[in-house]
Design a protein around this ligand. Structure first.
Ligand code: ZN
Length: 202
């Protein structure tokens, strides 16, 4: 029987975070929650005896050893033990629910659509930087910081142009605030500005 190592413990910790405390205890400790001892790491509390038992190769049952054996084992590997009598399953669920791994980099192939800055600038001058659906005015709301800000919506989306460039005129563009712009694109095909205005009016 192989004793727990940092690698085997980390693997079980990952499993705990994946399946949750209830399933973990059911699998490794006959469903019994700890009375006192938890291993603390990165804001998550792991049931100490169940984790120690599960990290053996092959795993053993928690009834086979005393807490002090697990405590000295975890301690030797540099883990922090917390002695709590009342830590709850809910607290762990809360922590796990409120975190997600993000920020990994990945590569993706993208096709970019050529947009014309010139026509967008013309349209802005022509229509003014006011949302045509809800009349939001960024400068009014944000002061100097919001001056001249508006988003330019292609009434007939560029993504529908199937690879060939067509001529855009200012009639093909609408000025929308960021909220309205998102809202028209929430469906495919997107809403017309008039449809969104009807929604706002309703
Ligand atoms: Zn708007």
């Amino acid at each position: 029987m192989a004793k727990p190592t940092v690698a085997s413990i980390e693997k079980r910790m990952a499993q705990f975070r994946r399946i949750g405390q209830t399933a973990f205890l059911a699998k490794y400790a006959n469903g019994r929650a700890p009375h006192h001892f938890y291993v603390e790491k990165d804001g998550v509390d792991y049931p100490m005896k169940a984790l120690w038992a599960a990290s053996h190769r092959p795993r053993i049952m928690p009834a086979r050893f005393q807490p002090k054996h697990a405590i000295s084992g975890f301690d030797a590997l540099g883990y922090d033990i917390a002695n709590r009598s009342t830590i709850s399953v809910e607290r762990n669920a809360e922590i796990l629910d409120s975190q997600a791994k993000e920020g990994e980099r990945y590569q993706a192939e993208v096709v970019r659509i050529r947009r014309s800055a010139k026509i967008v600038a013309r349209a802005k001058e022509h229509y003014g930087p006011i949302c045509q659906a809800c009349e939001f005015d960024f400068e009014d709301f944000y002061g100097e910081h919001g001056r001249d800000y508006i988003e330019c919506h292609h009434v007939d989306p560029l993504s529908g142009r199937e690879g060939k460039g067509d001529v855009t005129t200012i009639k093909d563009l609408a000025m929308l605030c960021s909220n309205c712009h998102r809202m028209v694109h929430r469906t495919k095909p997107c809403l017309t500005v008039d449809e969104l205005k009807e929604l706002i009016a309703a």
